[in-house]
Design a protein around this ligand. Structure first.
Ligand code: ADP
Ligand code: ZN
Length: 318
């Protein structure tokens, strides 16, 4: 970095892995943004949590965090952004790297990639939060050694990240598996809560769908409530479709709803019945290995995923 007088200054942050390039990582979520300065590989040197408000205030807080480092001569070699979506990921589109249409007030059309590119003057990679989390699970979590795998989160919404050969399926667009149409449970006449589709997967099986159907928060329903059979059925239907479409070696299922004791097992049982043994490879017979919980909670997988996205953009530049 050059000072105004033109003298070269390099800020040294002491760490055992100093030779690895610096990455600015941003996990952009509906409730919080985590901004971090990290080494390639994931060692976090500094990070901050910013409450998500309107875009201008939120992004100006993000800018302040990175500017503090930039003004001290610490320049990231790349930026990785793991964001809530839907995102425009079409590199040929002038709106590449922006948020498409979201019910979050003010956020539709926000040019996330351009903002951080202008701020850091470095190449930027952007992907969905779930795709980024999938990359993190591959590097140090439950998908190590997998060539093709899926990462699903079941919380306020349902999102799925898909990785094949080390790359997320994200170009020119990322999937919207959470909004897929799935068969109804024979005893379910709930219309669904998705504001676009009503009874898509998210409309039937997200946390808010459970709360709306049963009149109380998913967190408060007892373990023996019929809600969990419905939930297992819908998540099994999603897994069934992912399996027949992508043949993943693993489907990691996390998110707030999956905290429920026994739910993952119920999904495995429902899935086994639903697939009826059709066309299953040897590894797909063992559902305890195929359908697994996430391994990562700390460090937050989205943030590590953002670092890995930054690494990928560096690799493509070499
Ligand atoms: P977000 O998708 O906003 O990141 P989370 O992944 O934390 O949110 O998921 C929040 C959802 O998880 C809420 O709908 C909540 O009701 C549900 N939830 C929290 N605890 C439990 C539990 N023990 N059993 C089932 N659902 C739960
Ligand atoms: Zn939908």
């Amino acid at each position: 970095a050059k000072t105004r007088s033109g003298r070269l200054v390099t800020k040294v942050i002491h760490s055992p892995t100093d030779s690895k390039p610096l990455i600015a990582a941003i996990e952009a979520g509906g409730t919080k943004f985590i901004c971090a300065l990290a080494r390639a590989g994931g060692e976090v040197l500094d990070q901050t949590r910013i409450e998500t408000r309107d875009p201008a205030s939120t992004l100006s807080d993000c800018a302040a965090f990175f500017q503090k480092h930039l003004s001290e001569g610490v320049h990231p070699a790349a930026v990785g952004i793991a964001s809530f979506g839907p995102l425009n990921l079409d590199t040929k589109d002038k709106a590449f790297g922006s948020i498409i249409s979201t019910p979050k007030p003010g956020w539709s059309g926000v040019q996330l990639l351009r903002f951080f590119a202008d701020l850091c003057h470095a190449p930027v990679a952007i992907d969905t939060d779930v795709n980024a989390a999938a990359l993190a699970e591959e590097r140090i979590g439950a998908a190590q050694g997998c060539d093709t795998f899926c990462y699903m989160t079941v919380g306020t919404g349902i999102g799925v990240g898909i990785v094949q050969a080390g790359r997320t399926l994200s170009s020119p667009s990322h999937g919207e598996v959470g909004h897929m149409r799935i068969p109804r449970h024979p005893d379910d006449d709930f219309p669904g809560v998705c504001s676009y589709h009503g009874d898509c997967a998210e409309g039937l099986a997200s946390g808010p769908a459970i709360a709306e159907r049963w009149g109380t928060s998913a967190a408060h329903l007892p373990d023996d409530h019929p809600a969990w059979a419905f939930e297992a059925y819908y998540l099994a239907a999603l897994c069934n479709n992912l399996i027949y479409m992508f043949r993943p070696e693993r489907i990691i299922i996390g998110g707030g709803v999956m905290i429920r004791e026994g739910l993952l097992d119920k999904v495995r049982v429902a899935l086994k019945e639903m697939m009826a043994g059709y066309a299953l490879s040897a590894y797909e017979q063992d559902l305890s290995r195929l359908i697994v919980p996430p391994a990562l909670d700390i460090p937050p997988p989205g943030l590590l995923g953002a670092v890995l996205l930054g690494e990928q953009v560096l690799e493509t530049q070499i």
